[in-house]
Structures are given as structure tokens and as C-alpha cells.
Design a protein around this ligand. Structure first.
Ligand SMILES: [Zn+2]
Length: 327
């Protein structure tokens, strides 16, 4: 490449954005007329600008997806498929100018993983000011994180790069054009930086994305029942359609309310109960028959996604539960 071409190409970003002076425009046009390489170079650059808009749309599509909690998992996946979210789809970063980009150093990149509702999204954010990142797909699930300078005065755009993947189950990923692909337990996603490579287990991403979340407290109706023998039954019922709840014991006097998506259109018994057997006002019988004494301060802790609710065991025994709790 002649020196002249380099100078001209440096002007292209501003030229495309319409920021170059009349004189510069004349120079560029003159050069383009006699230099085919630079014409192609400019065309490629313009194409990148057009492609930039596409990914942003896909990213937006992820957001409404999160509001679809009341829908079934299958419907959610269809919604995501409709938005053309597929494994290996790489979007982000805006324009990549040839010759002005380089493989990023790992310390200049902050990676975060967001995994829920079947979708895992890796976000790569630049640590350096005025830089932006692009993720380039390679063979064998390898992505290279490429850094480049942001164009001064350019309209605002997202400087982050993204990699996103939709999982149908623990071994199936939604492929491009809705074709599903199986993956093996040992398959990894390799992320290449200038100074090192990082690998992430795809199976692990899948389990994180598919794990059933704890329920939001506002989506759960709790019921209370106590019989003559001192048995207290707490019921947890979903307020959302197409969702089941399960009570999970996560510790001593600690339970978590987990939310599951039901199969499409199947009517299900969708609540769950937690039973406490009291033996007098200060003792409680465990599942294994062991009888434990509890104090005034001992509480049952109910974990939701948004908060923890603490109920003193003595209140459960007396049946004195606040109205707010039973709403
Ligand atoms: Zn040229």
C-alpha cells in the first residue's frame, strides 16, 4: 500500500460521517477514482455500518423476553428464535475499521456473563476510554476480542461486544435458522485475547442459563394452615400462568421458592407446601423424627428472588402471621 492510500484511509471514518472538509472530500474523490483498492476498502467500511444496526435490534429483543415470565419456556424460546438469536451470533461494537484495530489485551476487557431464561450472553466491555470492542467468530467456537478506537464525534453507539447463545436443554443449542445443534459435555467456548486465551464450558453456560430461578415474592401467594395436632402447612401458589413452584430446603429453617415453567397447555398442580410439625409451643419435630427446641428468636427464612421473608417460629406456632405476609 502506498503512503497516500494510508492517509486517505485514515480519513474514511470522518468522510463517511460527513465530517471532512470540502478540500479533503476533493482529495478523497480524486484518489478513489484512480485507486480500486481504496474504493473497495471504503465499500467494506460502509457495509459494516449497515450491519451495525442489525445486532442492536437483536439485543433489544432480549429485553422483552425477560418479561415473558408467565409464558411457557417453549414459547419463550420461540420468541427468542423469532428474533434470530442464535448460538454464535456475534453482535456488538459498532464499526470495525480495518487497519485501526488490534486484538485486545485481557486486562483492557471486562467480561460479564448473564445467563437466564435459556439464554447466555457474554458481554465484553472496554476498560479503556474511547475504545470499543468487537467479537470476531472463528473456527471451533473461538472468538477473538478485537479492540479499536472510537471515532471521535461519531454518534453514540454501544462500545461493547456480545456473544449470545440460546439453549433448548442441557445438550442442545439453538442454531442459526432455527436448526438445533447438540453439543458435547466437554465442548468449550474459547475467548482469545492478545496475551492469553480463556475457555468457558458450554455445558456450564447451559446449566446456568436453564437453571430455574427463584420466584419473585409478588408472584407467589402464601397460605397458612394449622391442624389440632400442631402441624403447620405453608402453601406456596403461583400467581402466574404456566408456572409451577417448588419448595426447596436450603438450610436449617431456610427454604427457597423456585419457579418452573410448565409444558405448553398442560394443566398442572402448580403449588407446593412446606410442613412444620410443632410439638408444643417451643419444640419442633424434624423430618427424621428428631425433636428440637427453638427459642423466641428462631425464624423460618423464605427466600425469593427479590427478598427474604423471616417469620419467627413462635408466630407460626401461634398462627400469628401479619396480613402483609398473607396478602
Ligand atoms: Zn489508494
Amino acid at each position: 500500500m502506498k503512503m497516500k492510500c494510508e492517509v486517505i484511509r485514515d480519513l474514511f471514518p470522518s468522510y463517511i460521517d460527513g465530517l471532512t472538509s470540502e478540500e479533503s472530500n476533493e482529495l478523497i474523490k480524486e484518489h478513489l477514482e484512480e485507486c480500486r483498492e481504496c474504493r473497495e476498502y471504503l465499500d467494506d467500511m460502509k457495509e459494516d455500518i449497515v450491519q451495525e444496526n442489525q445486532p442492536v435490534k437483536n439485543k433489544e429483543a432480549v429485553k422483552p423476553f425477560r418479561k415473558l415470565r408467565q409464558k411457557t419456556r417453549r414459547k419463550i424460546i420461540l420468541a427468542a428464535g423469532g428474533a434470530a438469536l442464535a448460538c454464535g451470533l456475534i453482535f456488538g461494537g459498532g464499526l470495525l475499521y480495518y487497519g485501526r484495530s488490534w486484538t485486545a489485551e485481557s486486562e483492557d476487557v471486562k467480561m460479564t456473563i448473564d445467563a437466564q431464561g435459556g439464554i447466555a450472553t457474554l458481554r465484553f466491555a472496554p476498560e479503556k476510554k474511547n475504545c470499543k470492542l468487537t467479537a470476531e467468530a472463528g473456527e471451533d467456537n473461538t472468538i477473538t476480542i478485537v479492540e479499536s478506537k472510537q471515532i471521535p464525534f461519531a454518534k453514540t453507539y454501544n462500545p461493547n461486544a456480545y456473544w449470545s447463545c440460546t439453549f433448548l436443554d442441557e445438550n442442545t443449542v439453538m442454531g442459526i435458522d432455527g436448526q438445533n445443534m447438540d453439543f458435547r459435555e466437554d465442548q468449550v467456548l474459547t475467548i482469545k485475547y492478545e496475551d492469553r486465551t480463556e475457555t468457558i464450558s458450554i455445558g456450564e453456560l447451559a446449566s446456568r442459563a436453564l437453571e430455574n430461578p427463584a420466584a419473585q415474592s409478588e408472584d407467589v401467594k402464601m397460605t397458612f394452615d394449622k391442624d389440632d395436632t400442631g402441624t403447620v402447612v405453608l402453601g406456596f401458589y403461583p400467581e402466574l400462568m404456566g408456572v409451577s413452584l417448588k419448595v426447596e430446603e436450603t438450610g436449617e429453617n431456610r427454604i427457597l421458592i423456585r419457579q418452573y415453567y410448565d409444558g405448553e397447555g398442560e394443566p398442572v398442580e402448580n403449588g407446593d407446601v412446606y410442613t412444620l410439625r410443632f410439638s408444643g409451643g417451643n419444640r419442633i419435630q424434624k423430618e427424621n423424627g428428631e425433636i428440637l427446641e427453638f427459642s423466641e428468636e428462631d425464624e423460618l427464612i423464605i427466600e425469593y428472588q427479590d427478598k427474604e421473608v423471616e417469620i419467627p417460629l413462635k408466630d407460626l406456632w401461634k398462627g400469628e402471621l401479619s396480613e402483609e405476609l398473607m396478602k
